[in-house]
Design a protein around this ligand. Structure first.
Ligand code: PRX
Length: 677
């Protein structure tokens, strides 16, 4: 059972360790307007009141039919929330706001080129566009409830429109991050069994209009070779009516949405009342093996959870302008750009570009111009902006009441810059720890109730009861100063339902290790294993140290080391590949790739380049290795296992420890010398 093994070099082992910091308290002004100021919320959401406490979140939504059972555990650990309920996510994010707020901006779309006008899409306009596209999906693409459709779309307003159109019909969307390669997209098309691909012709990134359509052609060809035929490719145009990509359209397969949409102008499609537990979307993420897993999120539970956490942790009010600078291609964007904020009738910003282009003042100009008052980003972006534009925020007249950090541990000194310079000492900060699998936040402070502590995510959010186990399954108490495997004792509505098409892997990966009784139907026997190492301080705040498995976090993007290794093995000269995480002062971590060639082959710079390029083609540029080290042999145990721990130490300039028991200890010195050059 690979998942049960602790890998030799985990992120946690090389994580930055910092001391306990003092508390920061939010301003009186913030508290006066906050959505959640009652400390009794923790009591209301205590384990004694579980699972009924989550009725409070379900009641933030409109239901066609109210549910009759809050939590069905009969198929443990595939939990079913709000059983018997009927609901539609598109209705909750769009239609229900029209009566009072139809002229309010739902989405501010900000193009990367600064000379292009910001597009302000009202709720009424969103309603019209979602309906028309849903009509097209239904009639032209032949999609119906339960079908899967793959989206490979960049950060344009049409992405949330597409997601909401799918949700309207009960079609399960599977958005693949726009920066992923055609190959990566093909794998997800095949796994989800999609016969429609929705993409865009082009988008801007760091000043260049990228040809995105070419990825669709690669994806469709490769998917077909792997047995999944895509009948239709729907292409949104970056500039409607204008050709922005030189890749030709394939007759009878590819269609410009803008052309076809004309037949659907003015059409309305009633939202389909979906069972609460019907899947809303799949989000693929990296795991221990090379194959990405499709996390299946349900409709009622997920939407209730993101609405609740958006309201109480993000403190979103309908009058707020909220900007999460993540990509919708990741779970953060699904939950906290699209479904959470729109379910609460906020105005949400969709920004096409990168934060530091054309200069590091860009985010703050956007904030000033749109009067953004809630800001959300990852430590990687904060570190980069701090490095290249430390004085920029002060030049702009914006005021945040609230800021979020997500995706990686944030160093206290970076946190303090975020607080003092970006937040101008006025904004409350939440450090939110969670995962693709969990749908929404697990640990964070509640901004008006629990004080902030730089470098710590905080306690479990209401209804999340974390627990830290050691490898033997003993509980590590708070304040013990010892790290262990952080688990969640109870289910919660935002948790994923299963891995698409692979229930066994779901149970094995997340529950097998600490399950008290595999036959049990009682949730108490099924702690959820997050795969992160953490320390709990005496005051109940959790500090997340990093992954215990072979997943690494590059710029807040999650990649499997096995995934990168499998990509390298596509190069025919490669015999063995090993990836280890290396600390990087902006990105958090970067992958270092060690390669052993097949016998008789010589290392060369060209070959190293070819391997690096192949990784980018197979996965995407985000997986590009920092360095490809071609070594004469890998350090191995006597049983032939590659010692990634040793390679990790070398790459991070750390002590390699005792290597005398290796089968080939001499290789360690050779590799160390090579890496030091
Ligand atoms: O290791 C944790 C880290 O990111 C992992 C989840 O990655 P992903 O599924 O891509 O979701 C990212 C956005 C939720 C976690 O297992 N992580 C996430 N948030 C934090 C974090 N590490 C430390 N502090 C955080 N706030």
């Amino acid at each position: 059972m690979a998942e049960k093994e602790i890998v030799e070099t985990s992120e946690a082992e090389i994580a930055v360790h910092w001391g306990e910091e003092k508390f920061y308290h939010p301003s009186v002004k913030f508290i006066a307007q906050a959505n959640m100021t009652d400390p009794a919320v923790y009591e209301r959401f205590s384990l004694d009141n579980f699972p009924n406490c989550f009725k409070e979140y379900a009641d933030l939504l409109d239901w066609y039919e109210y549910w009759d059972e809050i939590l069905d555990t009969s198929d443990a650990p595939c939990w079913k929330w709000f059983k018997g309920g009927k609901i539609n996510a598109s209705y909750n994010c769009v239609d229900r706001h029209l009566a009072k707020n139809k002229n309010k901006t739902a989405i501010h779309f900000v193009s990367e080129p600064e000379d292009e006008k910001v597009e302000h899409i009202t709720y009424q306009e969103l309603f019209v566009r979602v309906n028309e596209f849903a009509a097209l999906l239904q009639d032209f693409a032949g999609l119906k409830a339960g079908d899967r459709v793959t989206l490979h779309m960049p950060m344009i307003a049409e992405l949330p429109i597409t997601m909401l159109a799918c949700a309207r019909l009960g079609v399960i969307h599977s958005e693949v991050f726009g920066g992923f390669s055609g190959r990566a997209c093909a794998d997800r098309i095949v796994d989800s069994g999609s016969n429609v691909l929705i993409t865009a012709d082009a988008y801007y990134r760091a000043g260049k209009l990228l040809n995105h359509k070419q990825n669709a052609d690669i994806a469709v060809d490769l998917a077909e070779k792997d047995g999944q035929k895509v009948d239709k490719v729907l292409v949104w145009q970056r500039y409607p009516g204008k050709v922005s990509s030189e890749t030709p359209m394939v007759e009878g397969r590819d269609y410009f949405v803008n052309d076809v949409l004309k037949d659907y102008y003015g059409q309305r499609v009633d939202p389909v009342p979906m069972p609460a537990e019907a899947p809303l979307f799949l989000m693929y993420t990296s795991g221990t093996t090379g194959k990405p897993k499709g996390c299946q999120h349900g409709t009622g539970g997920y939407l209730a959870y993101v609405a609740g956490t958006s309201k109480y942790v993000q403190d979103i009010h309908p009058e707020d302008v909220y900007w999460c600078m993540a990509d919708i291609g990741w779970i953060t964007g699904h939950s906290y750009i699209v479904y959470g904020p729109l379910s609460l009738c906020a105005s949400t910003v969709v920004f096409e570009g990168v934060p530091n282009y054309p200069d590091p003042g860009r985010p703050w100009r956007i904030a000033q111009n749109l009067d953004v008052n809630i800001f959300h980003t990852a430590p990687t972006a904060i570190r980069a902006l701090r490095k290249i534009g430390p004085d920029e925020p002060a030049k702009y007249n914006y005021h945040f009441k609230h800021m979020t950090t997500v995706g990686e541990p944030i160093e206290p000194e970076v946190w303090k810059w975020y607080y003092e310079v970006v937040g101008k000492g006025e904004a409350a900060i939440v450090d939110t720890w969670w995962q693709t699998e969990t749908g929404g936040f697990l640990c964070s402070t509640i901004p008006a109730i629990t004080p902030m502590k730089p470098g710590s995510a905080g306690p479990g959010v209401p209804g999340i009861h974390a627990i830290i186990y050691d490898d033997e399954g003993n509980v590590i108490p708070s304040g013990a100063g010892k790290a262990g495997n952080i688990c969640i004792q109870n289910p919660w509505p935002g948790g994923f339902q299963t891995i698409w098409g692979d229930r066994d892997r779901f149970v094995e990966t997340y529950y097998a290790r600490y399950c008290k009784d595999p036959k049990s139907k009682d949730w108490r026997d099924w702690p959820y294993m997050t795969g992160d190492a953490a320390v709990e301080s005496e005051d109940g705040y959790y500090r997340i140290l990093g992954r215990i498995d072979d997943v690494i976090n590059v710029s807040g993007h999650r990649l499997g080391t096995k995934e990168i290794e499998s990509a390298a093995l596509v190069v025919e000269e490669v015999a063995e590949a090993a990836v280890v995480p290396v600390a990087h002062d902006i990105k958090g971590k970067e992958p270092d790739l060690y390669i052993a060639l097949k016998p008789g082959l010589e290392a060369s710079d060209e070959l190293a380049q070819k391997i690096s390029d192949t990784v980018c083609v197979e996965i995407g540029k985000i997986a590009k290795p920092r360095k490809v080290w071609i070594v004469t042999d890998m350090p191995k145990t006597r049983s032939g296992k590659i010692m990634r721990r040793v390679l990790g130490a070398i790459s991070n300039d750390k002590d390699v420890g005792d290597v005398t028991t290796l089968a080939n200890p001499e290789i360690v010195e050779e590799i160390t010398k090579m890496a030091k050059k």
